[in-house]
Write a protein that binds this ligand. Structure first.
Ligand code: NAP
Length: 268
């Protein structure tokens, strides 16, 4: 039996175990998926130990995505993002690192029949999720505007992303009315019923993806829906980052419906 898992601290709340287990079961792959919660200072020993023990693959979550990036051979996209959320352990050679949050963004839009190529995209946030979204959307052909509370962080990210421009949150007033795509990659809306984007900027030409997945229906998505926009819950990004990881590990098409159903139930 192959052993997979997720490394984080804390990780008890993770919904990846039911989602990935449903994928393995549906594809009749003899595998188990468990949680690992090393102390923050132990992450290097944890990755070495996983390789030595023959662990087949790992997801990586807060606070380890940047640390693990330094410990594996990152693929070119993960290297640009500077963070790894998926590790594969080949039989020969070093552990391989990937960032599937990027595919989580693009595959969420594609699954909802939203085109990215040639469109104007606004990414709110310039942390880990914002970096993944900005590179993913630019690589898929969008013109990307990055708006972040700390404007220097947006500017620094925009300087790395092809053709991207940056501003503070006040730049949303100019960018959102003409945009086709909007991603909330901040944590705003998670703890309280707040939104990073004023409702009056939202319109029916927008497709809005909220990376926040608890609650499932954020204030941003409620207000976007009221404005006639297409809305995509963070659950989809979570699903497709997991789907992409499953496909990297197994070389099989992931059973999207089975994984989606398990995720939806786990988030209830
Ligand atoms: P992070 O690296 O800590 O970045 C946090 C971002 O949120 C920064 O841009 C930060 O701006 C901004 N922010 C925080 N509080 C704010 C506030 N009160 N007002 C305005 N901006 C604020 O976190 P992350 O890893 O990118 O995660 C961001 C969110 O995405 C989290 O809710 C996380 O759960 C979610 N996420 C979802 C998925 C998924 O699969 N659905 C995947 C990854 C992440 P500053 O730079 O100014 O601090």
């Amino acid at each position: 039996m192959d052993v997979y898992g997720i490394v984080g601290n804390p990780v008890g709340h993770s919904v990846s175990p039911p989602m990935q287990s449903a994928g393995f079961a549906d594809r009749e792959i003899d595998a188990t998926y468990v949680t690992f919660e090393p102390a923050e200072a132990e992450i290097e020993r944890a990755i070495d130990g996983a390789a030595a023990l023959g662990i087949a693959g790992l997801n990586v979550t807060i606070p380890f995505k940047q640390d693990v990036f330094e410990l594996v051979e990152a693929d070119p996209l993960a290297a640009r993002i500077g963070a790894v959320n998926t590790v594969a352990f080949p039989e020969e050679g070093p552990p391989q690192g990937y960032n599937t949050d990027a595919a989580g963004v693009t595959r969420s839009f594609e699954h909802h029949d939203v085109a990215i190529d040639g469109r104007e995209a606004v990414v709110v946030g310039a942390g880990g999720a914002g970096r993944a979204a900005a590179f993913a959307l630019a690589d898929a052909g969008a013109d990307v505007h990055i708006a972040n509370r700390t404007v220097e962080r947006a500017e620094s990210l925009a300087s790395e992303v092809d053709g991207a421009i940056a501003g503070g949150l006040d730049s949303l007033a100019d960018a959102v009315p003409s945009a086709d795509l909007l991603v909330n990659a901040t944590s705003v809306g998670m703890e309280e019923d707040t939104t990073p984007v004023p409702a009056e900027l939202l319109h029916d030409g927008l497709a809005v993806l909220d990376a926040v997945y608890t609650p499932r229906e954020t204030r941003l998505l409620r207000e976007a829906d009221a404005a006639g926009a297409t809305t995509i819950q963070g659950l989809w990004m979570l699903l497709f980052q997991g789907v992409e990881a499953f496909e990297i590990w197994t070389d099989a098409d992931a059973p999207i419906e089975a994984m989606h159903d398990a995720l939806r139930e786990a988030l209830n």
